[in-house]
Design a protein around this ligand. Structure first.
Ligand code: M6R
Length: 596
């Protein structure tokens, strides 16, 4: 169980707990990482044939022992773990308090287990029926697993808008938020759908029904994942491993989908909806965080190459502002995890309005991949580091292929430019290898800036979103305040921040607007700012102006973000390491944000 929690820890790590049933019910909960729980459990005689565990990312109630899961019902009979948010918890809690229920935590989860208890004891219901009726009263998102001490041969699980997968072993079942803890034991899985409840029994029986009590036939699928991909493989951290994997993951994203020599691109999802894509009036890209940055680069790609108007939306904002979505719009969802609640909710809205939904997702079988009409997997393998790196460049690779394919179908680019870009795309992995060889220099530069309090990232055109991404990477893993800006926008405000203590990272490998970027660097230098420039190999002009330079190999401009982001990932990584930060599990964050 602890091993499974370690595998899931990247999803949340502020407290953890387990409950085991073995005649009696034992629950242990600990603030902090799973390791704290593990140390606490060591030496205790913890055995059981049925158990549940949880590693938390706090929503309601601060991270402490009391708010950690599993939560217990008032009568001590039921215990439950939950991901998601019970939005009407306050109303339910007040009603339950009137009935005499007392609560010991600040969580919405505890309200749910009390609600199930209330319904079970009032109407003498079997646990699965009490769960079903309770869930009909709940507003919000949940993936839950419940144990009933009086019915110890079964586990009851349910989901709505938070992922849940059931692994089917030879004599056992495994239930988890994703497949990473399951793969070690079985490759046979069933993904639970929204508003479905599963009952797994010790005798090997699995039953699935909806919250409206309709029996469902479990759809067993085979996992395509290797356990080795969940290990650090000799690297100090998952993040470093994932940065170094990028030549491979980009090659994997292209594999079988293009051939530069023969000048073709084949993307399954696009072939099926070619007409709709080519005639789309508009692409709307919805995403969050790093995926949103990939979306911003896609705006340049689609408008520049395919001449399709693009809107890039924060999924969380899009949904709540009554957006105009037409049937001839194509909505593209970008998500590493395929589980981001804001993105999922935005897609549901787009679907209601009749738009075609295309997904670019990493995690196979994830909720977003199942909601879309068509799409492409990134095939980057599991990304465990909370800071997204290889998924970002994987997304960019696919978005480039998509833009090129549509541009070609529309006749917007010449055959020779199409061929040129494909050839150059094939060269990208080798060019990233060359950048990775520059790690020692980047590590040295990181040492010079590890004590800074602020940093400004500037870029133009295709590389403006890369500036945003570089700043986000630094913020999330080193806790240094950083901002990304379009380089020319600096003079409209942020320039006021520049002094000798302000490092300014300028992405200056653009071919277009090169002189303008050089002028922006001069403006920074004139105010004593310290410039770290990302330049093309052999660019002595900017090298002479900047305080530090990191050289990257030249490429075609639409592909330049695939290269320019690599030194920024490494810079953030080395600064964070030199500040003693945990790069894989930065404070307050979680890998998969399954709450809105
Ligand atoms: O799984 P998703 O791509 O949908 O996740 C979106 C964001 O939560 C994610 O990119 C987040 O910003 C990362 N921590 C960035 O490194």
């Amino acid at each position: 169980m602890i091993k499974g929690l370690h595998r899931l820890e990247y999803r949340g790590y502020d407290s953890a707990g387990i409950a085991l049933l073995n005649g009696s019910l034992t629950i242990i909960r600990r603030k902090g990482k799973v390791k704290e729980l593990e140390d606490f459990a060591e030496g205790q005689n913890l055995v059981g044939t049925v158990g549940i565990g949880h590693t938390r990312w706090a929503t309601h109630g601060k991270p402490d022992d009391r708010n950690a899961h599993p939560h217990l019902s008032g009568n001590g009979r039921l215990t439950l773990v939950h991901n998601g948010i019970i939005e009407n918890y306050d109303t339910l809690k007040k009603a339950l308090e009137k009935l005499g229920h007392e609560f010991t935590s600040e969580t919405d989860t505890e309200v749910l287990v009390h609600l199930i208890e209330e319904l079970q004891s009032r109407d003498n219901l079997p646990i699965e029926e009490a769960v079903r009726v309770a869930l009909q009263k709940v507003v919000g998102a949940y993936a839950i697993v419940v144990i009933d001490k009086e019915d110890p041969e079964k586990l009851v699980a349910a989901r709505k808008a938070s992922p849940l997968v059931i692994g089917i072993g030879n004599d056992d079942f495994y239930i988890a938020s994703d497949a990473t803890p399951i793969i070690e034991y079985t490759k046979k899985v069933v993904y639970l759908n929204d508003e479905e409840i599963a009952v797994v029994k010790k005798d090997g029986n699995l039953q699935i029904f909806t919250i409206n009590n309709e029996l469902q036939k479990p759809k067993v699928q085979e996992l395509d994942m290797e356990i080795e991909r969940l290990e650090k493989a000799g690297y100090d951290s998952f993040m470093l491993k994932e940065i170094y994997e990028q030549p491979q993951t980009i090659a994997d994203a292209m594999r079988g989908r293009m051939n530069a020599g023969e000048s073709w691109i084949r993307l399954g999802g696009i072939a099926e909806y070619a007409n709709k894509m080519v005639n789309a009036k508009r692409f709307i890209i919805v995403a969050c965080g790093t995926s949103w940055h990939a979306g911003l680069i896609a705006e340049y790609l689609f408008e520049d190459l395919a001449r399709i108007p693009v809107e890039v939306e924060y999924a969380s904002e899009f949904r709540y502002r009554n957006p105009i979505i037409n049937e001839n719009d194509v909505v593209i969802a970008l998500s590493q995890s395929g589980e981001t609640a804001d993105t999922l909710a935005a897609l549901e809205l787009a679907r209601e309005k009749g738009a075609l939904i295309y997904g670019i997702v990493n995690v196979v079988g994830s909720s977003i991949s199942r909601l879309t009409d068509a799409g492409s997997y990134i095939h980057a393998g599991p990304e465990i580091g909370v800071a997204s790196t290889k998924a970002f460049t994987g997304q960019l690779t696919l978005l480039t292929l998509m833009a090129l394919k549509i541009a070609h179908l529309k006749g917007n680019i010449t055959n020779s430019y199409f061929h040129e870009l494909l050839t150059e795309l094939e060269n990208i992995p080798a060019k990233i290898e060359r950048i990775l060889e520059k790690s020692p220099k980047i590590e040295y530069i990181a040492g010079e800036f590890k004590n800074t309090n602020n940093a400004l990232y500037l870029g133009r055109g295709y590389n403006f979103p890369v500036a945003l991404e570089g700043a986000l990477k630094l913020k999330e893993i080193s806790y240094i305040h950083a901002e990304g800006y379009p380089a020319a926008e600096m003079k409209h405000g942020p320039i006021a921040l520049i002094d000798e203590n302000m490092p300014v990272i300028v992405i200056a490998n653009n071919k277009s607007a090169y002189e303008k970027i050089a002028s922006n660097i001069q403006e920074v230098k004139a105010r004593k700012g310290v410039v770290i420039a990302i330049v093309e190999e052999g660019d002595d002009f900017i090298k002479n102006m900047a305080d530090y330079t990191i050289e990257i190999t030249a490429t075609e401009e639409p592909l330049s973000p695939l290269l320019s982001v690599i030194p920024l990932q490494l810079l953030a990584y080395y600064i964070a390491i030199q500040r003693g930060c945990n790069v894989d599990q930065p404070r307050n964050l979680a890998k998969s944000v399954t709450v809105e």
